[in-house]
Design a protein around this ligand. Structure first.
Ligand code: S3P
Length: 424
């Protein structure tokens, strides 16, 4: 069948170092910052997948100029001759709905079937408080239209720990005619807040409240660090094999990205992190993970937001851990590229493990084995890649249907995973 990939069980203890491609969250943000900046920006190490290309393409259509690594906002935003297609990328849609709020015309943002089913209504109230009449379909999904707002400062509180919603608000708020604040539950990745603060456009103070001072983002240089959400597949693979070891230098160590490392440690892997630098106030470092015997964990609270994209991997680790692993307070999983409560538990069952969806998460029984089998990625890159990682320790091959979904975040993922295994 087309677009299916059979991954043979890896076997054996590997020890290796891997350079991970650029961080997706920071890549989207660097492009959006450059599109609003006064002066030229330089971005190196952009994430290689389709999602970030989608943001770059959309901003190009709207007038941002690019020569190689150099980017400049055009004289003015160009009116597109039709809807902007955000593909599979929720980050593109949410960040642009805020950054384009002050455009002098309405802009329609659309996407693929998965994106058209994801919640966009959560943007309406916070951006509305700034003066944007964002329109969505009746059920709060895209296509949405943005732009034509006269923005004034506002103070808002949102009830999800969503970095995307916070960033959308902040990108609009810096273009408003007065200061704003936004607050939310904790655990979100605060990349945008750190960069805005570094550029003198806001202060985080204490806790989760961000103050935004309107102004222009300066042209800047962004050397994008490696993506911890990509590295996570290799960390998980090492964690599945006692004594296996993987080192990943130059990774974003933003606290909102570290939930999975906290979980790995609690499950029994050895994790070493070392800070080696930063990018506009956002920490970068080396992470090494060594596999050990795994035990079940309970995941809830702030850790959920800080590990949100890695929770499918937790389910695979849980199958090999002693005890029953429970992930709760994680209804946000239903709002991702697939309903990841359902797709994650289906994946574990398809591989011969024991998993149950719950109202707000899932439970996985640590049977100590997975048989292998067929997993339908259902268009979700993280399910495709997680299923491939399961082959690290599975008894038989894992066949991923729709394996090319990985292209949205890491096109060379399968080759990298197999190269890591063959370093044993
Ligand atoms: C992201 C934030 C998270 C995450 C997504 C990327 C970002 O989503 O799941 O993959 O770059 O801000 P939410 O903001 O909806 O939690």
């Amino acid at each position: 069948m087309e677009d299916e990939r059979k991954i043979e069980p890896a076997g054996g203890v590997f020890r290796t170092g891997v350079k991970i491609p650029g961080d997706k969250s920071l890549s989207h943000r660097a492009l959006v910052f450059a599109s609003l900046a006064e002066g030229e920006s330089e971005i190196t190490g952009l994430a290689p997948g389709q999602d970030v290309a989608t943001t770059a393409g959309a901003l190009g259509r709207l007038g941002m100029q690019r020569i190689g690594d150099r980017f400049a906002a055009g004289e003015r935003i160009m009116e597109p001759d039709g809807p902007i297609d955000c593909g599979n990328s929720g980050t593109t849609m949410r960040l642009l709905s805020g950054s384009l709020a002050a455009a002098p015309f309405r802009i329609t943002l659309t996407g693929d079937d998965s994106l058209l089913s994801r919640p966009m209504g959560r943007l309406v109230a916070p951006l509305g408080a700034l003066g944007l009449e964002l329109s969505t379909r009746e059920n709060g999904t895209a296509p949405i239209t943005t732009g034509e707002a006269s923005l004034s400062g506002a103070d808002v509180m949102i009830d999800v720990a969503s970095a995307q919603v916070r960033t959308a608000f902040e990108m609009a708020a810096i273009q408003a005619d007065g200061p704003s604040t936004i607050d939310s539950p904790a655990g979100y990745r605060d990349h945008t807040e750190r960069w805005l603060e570094a550029f003198g456009l806001g202060t985080t103070g204490e806790g989760t409240k961000m103050r935004i001072a309107p102004g222009r983002i300066p042209g800047a240089r962004y050397d994008i660090p490696g993506d911890p959400s990509s590295a996570a597949y290799l960390w998980a693979s090492a964690a599945l094999v006692e004594g296996a070891h993987v080192v990943t230098p130059g990774i974003s160590l933003n606290p909102g990205r570290l939930g999975f490392l906290t979980i790995l440690e609690a499950m029994g892997a050895t994790v070493h992190g070392e800070v080696t630098g930063s990018i506009h106030g956002d920490v970068i470092g080396t992470v090494a993970v060594t596999g050990g015997p795994l035990q079940a964990v309970e995941v809830f609270g702030d850790t959920v937001a800080a590990a949100i994209d890695e929770l499918p991997l937790v389910a695979v680790l849980a199958a090999y851990a002693e005890g029953v692993t429970i992930v709760r307070e994680a209804t946000e999983l239903r709002a991702k590229e697939s309903d990841r409560i359902s797709s994650t538990t289906r994946m574990i069952r398809a591989l011969g493990g024991g998993a149950e969806p719950t109202e707000d998460g899932f439970a996985v029984v640590g049977t100590g084995f997975l048989d292998g089998g067929f997993v339908n990625a259902g268009g979700d890159h993280r399910i495709a890649m997680t299923a491939a990682v399961a082959a690290t320790a599975a008894d038989g091959p894992v066949t991923v249907l729709g394996a090319s979904a990985a292209n949205v975040s890491w096109p060379s993922f399968y080759e990298t995973l197999e190269a890591v295994w063959s370093s044993r």
